[in-house]
Design a protein around this ligand. Structure first.
Ligand code: AMP
Length: 529
C-alpha cells in the first residue's frame, strides 16, 4: 500500500459520494493498482489519458477503473443538473419579468412503463469477456454508486430475456456488457453508443482468446467520439499490444509488481501424480481438509467438469459443476449457492470461473491443468481475496511437465512440489529441460530445484506409493479406511485430516486413505453471511 492514512482515498481526488461508498465497503486505503491508476484515469486540465493496465484479478483492479469512471459520470450529472436548474430559473425569471404565469416543470415519464422505453445512451461502457465477470463488475459498480443519486448502472449479457435487458437499460449511465450481446442490442437500436466517453476493456487478453476481436473493432468504431480508453489485461502479450495500438491513443502503461500482484498471499503447491486416478486420490485427500471453507476445483473441459462434479457428489461432497454449456439461469443459481455457502465445492472450467469473487474460497485445486499459462494466474486468483490468504494446489501428471514449466515461466515463481505420505508418486520427473530457457534456466546449476519440499526429507518419487515417508515403513501400505498409525512422523491431526498450515509439507499428514464420506451425508457447509 502506498499510503496508510485514512484519507488516502480522498487524496486521489474522488467525489465525496464515492469516498462515502468506499468507506461503507470497508476499504480504508487504495490497493497499489488503485493508487497508481485512479489519478491517471481522472480527467485532467490537459485532457484524458488512455491507460493500459496489467493487473491480476484480486488486486482491486475493478474499483481502479470503476471509481474514476463513476467520478466522471457523477461530475457530468451534477453539471447537467446545474445547467438544467439554471435554465429553469432563467425561464421563471423571464416569466416574472413579463408578468406571465411561471412555467410548469415537465412531468417525469414513468421509466418502468414499456411505452416510455427509449434507447439507452450510456456515458461509459465496460466490456467483459464473460457473463459472470460482467455481473460481478456491475455489482461492484452498484455498490459504489449507492450514494450517487440518479446515477444508473446496467449490465447486459447473453442469456438474459430481451425484455428484461431493455428494461434494465433505461436511463443507464454506465453499461457493463459482454461484446456479443452489446452489439445485438445496438443493432436492434436498444442502445446508442455514440455518447460513450470512456470505454473500459476488462480482461482484454481473455476477450481476444474468446474470439471477440471483430466485435471489439466494431465497438471501437461505434464509440469513436469517446475521449478515453482503459484496457486491463493479465499480460501485455503482443496480441494485446496490437489491440491497444488499434484502440488507444498513446496509452500510459501501468504494470504492477506488488505482493498482491504476485499473489504472495496465496501459497502454491504442486503434486506430481502417476495417473488420473492418482490425481483423484490426491484430490479426495485434500477435499477432506477441515481447513477448507469453500473451494474451486478446476477441470480442463466441460465433460471433465461434469464428470468430476458427479463423482464428488457420489462420494458425498457438496459439489456442483459450472461451465459455459449450462444455461445462464442454472449458472446464476449455482453461483448464488456458492456465495451463500450452500455449496462447498465448485467444479469449474476456466471461462465459467472468471470473475468469481467469493472471499470464503480458501482453496483452489487445479485438477485439470489450464490450457494457457496465464489462466493459471486467473485461477489461483479466485482464492486469497479481500486481504485473506489462500492455498492453490495443482495436480499434474508427469507427462504434463511442459505445462507446469510454462506456468512457472509465466508466473516467474517455481511451484513447490509436495508429497502426501501414502500417496507419493511412483514415477519420477525426467529432467529433460533444455538449459537457459525462462523458468527452466532459472534452475541453479547442479541443484535439483524441482525437489519437493518436505523439510529436508527425501521425497517419495521413485518409491512405491505408500512407502518411505511420513512414517510409513517400506511396503507398509496404510489400510484404506483407517488412519495410518505407523510410527515416525505420521502424526495425526486432531480430526485425522490434513494439516497444511504454516508452510508444512505434507510429511506431517496422516494417511489420506480414509473412507469416503457416506453418500447419505454430504458435508455441511456453515457460513455466516
Ligand atoms: P478485484 O481485483 O477487482 O477482483 O477485487 C478483489 C477484491 O478486493 C474485491 O472483493 C474487492 O471488493 C476488494 N477490494 C477492492 N479494493 C479494495 C480496497 N481498497 N481495500 C480492500 N478491499 C478492496
Amino acid at each position: 500500500m502506498t499510503d496508510t492514512t485514512p484519507t488516502a482515498f480522498a487524496a486521489l481526488g474522488l467525489a465525496d459520494v464515492l469516498l462515502h461508498a468506499v468507506a461503507d465497503l470497508g476499504f480504508t486505503e487504495p490497493t497499489p493498482v488503485q493508487a497508481q491508476t485512479i489519478p491517471l484515469a481522472l480527467p485532467r486540465d490537459d485532457g484524458w489519458q488512455d491507460l493500459m493496465v496489467s493487473s491480476q484479478t484480486g488486486s482491486g483492479k475493478t474499483a481502479s477503473f470503476l471509481l474514476p469512471v463513476l467520478h466522471t459520470l457523477w461530475s457530468h450529472r451534477l453539471a447537467r443538473l446545474a445547467a438544467e436548474n439554471a435554465e429553469w430559473e432563467a425561464r421563471v425569471a423571464e416569466a416574472a419579468a413579463a408578468g406571465t404565469e411561471p412555467p410548469k416543470r415537465p412531468r417525469r415519464k414513468d421509466p418502468t412503463n414499456p411505452r416510455n422505453f427509449k434507447a439507452a445512451v450510456p456515458g461509459a461502457m465496460v466490456l467483459c469477456p464473460t457473463r459472470e465477470l460482467a455481473q460481478q463488475v456491475a455489482q461492484d459498480a452498484i455498490d459504489l454508486v449507492r450514494h450517487c443519486k440518479g446515477l444508473r448502472v446496467a449490465h447486459i449479457v447473453g442469456g438474459m430475456p430481451y425484455a428484461v435487458q431493455i428494461a434494465r437499460l433505461q436511463n443507464a449511465d454506465l453499461v457493463v456488457a459482454t461484446p456479443g450481446r452489446l452489439l445485438d442490442l445496438q443493432r436492434s437500436r436498444q442502445i446508442d453508443l455514440s455518447q460513450v466517453q470512456t470505454l473500459v476493456l476488462d480482461e482484454a487478453d481473455r476477450m481476444l482468446d474468446l474470439g471477440f476481436a471483430d466485435d471489439l473493432a466494431e465497438i471501437h468504431n461505434l464509440t469513436e467520439s469517446r475521449v478515453q480508453t482503459l484496457m486491463y489485461s493479465a499480460t501485455f502479450a503482443p496480441r494485446v499490444q496490437q489491440l491497444a495500438q488499434r484502440l488507444m491513443r498513446a496509452p500510459h502503461r501501468v504494470q504492477l509488481d506488488s505482493p498482491q500482484e504476485r499473489h504472495d498471499n496465496i501459497r502454491q503447491i504442486l503434486h506430481w501424480a502417476d495417473s488420473r486416478s492418482h490425481k483423484r486420490q490426491l484430490l479426495d485427500h485434500w477435499l477432506r481438509d477441515p481447513k477448507i471453507d469453500q473451494a474451486i476445483v478446476f477441470a480442463s473441459t466441460q465433460i471433465e467438469c461434469d464428470e468430476l462434479a458427479n463423482d464428488l457428489q457420489q462420494v458425498g461432497f457438496s459439489a456442483v459443476a459450472l461451465h459455459g454449456a449450462l444455461s445462464q439461469g442454472l449458472r446464476n443459481r449455482r453461483l448464488q449457492a456458492l456465495r451463500q455457502g450452500r455449496v462447498q465445492f465448485l467444479v469449474a472450467t476456466d471461462v465459467a470461473a472468471r470473475g468469481i469473487d467469493v472471499p470464503t474460497i480458501s482453496h483452489v485445486f487445479n485438477f485439470g491443468l489450464p490450457l494457457k499459462a496465464e489462466d493459471y494466474t486467473h485461477r489461483i486468483g479466485r482464492t486469497g481475496r479481500a486481504g485473506r490468504d489462500g492455498l492453490a494446489i495443482t495436480m499434474a501428471e508427469f507427462r504434463d511437465k511442459r505445462k507446469i514449466f510454462d506456468i512457472e515461466a509465466f508466473t516467474r515463481q517455481p511451484m513447490p512440489v509436495e508429497v502426501i505420505p501414502g500417496l507419493e508418486p511412483q514415477g519420477r520427473l525426467e529432467r529433460s529441460q533444455p538449459a537457459g530457457k525462462p523458468g527452466r534456466g532459472r534452475r541453479p546449476e547442479g541443484k535439483d530445484w524441482r525437489k519437493p519440499s518436505s523439510h529436508g526429507k527425501p521425497h517419495g518419487a521413485g518409491k512405491p506409493r505408500g512407502a518411505g515417508q511420513g512414517g510409513h515403513a517400506q511396503g507398509d501400505k496404510p489400510a484404506f479406511g483407517k488412519p495410518h498409525g505407523g510410527g515416525g512422523s505420521g502424526k495425526f491431526h486432531a480430526a485425522g485430516k490434513p494439516a497444511h498450515g504454516a508452510g508444512n509439507a505434507h510429511g506431517a499428514h496422516p494417511s489420506p486413505r480414509k473412507p469416503a464420506p457416506s453418500r447419505g451425508g454430504p458435508r455441511q457447509v456453515h457460513r455466516a453471511k
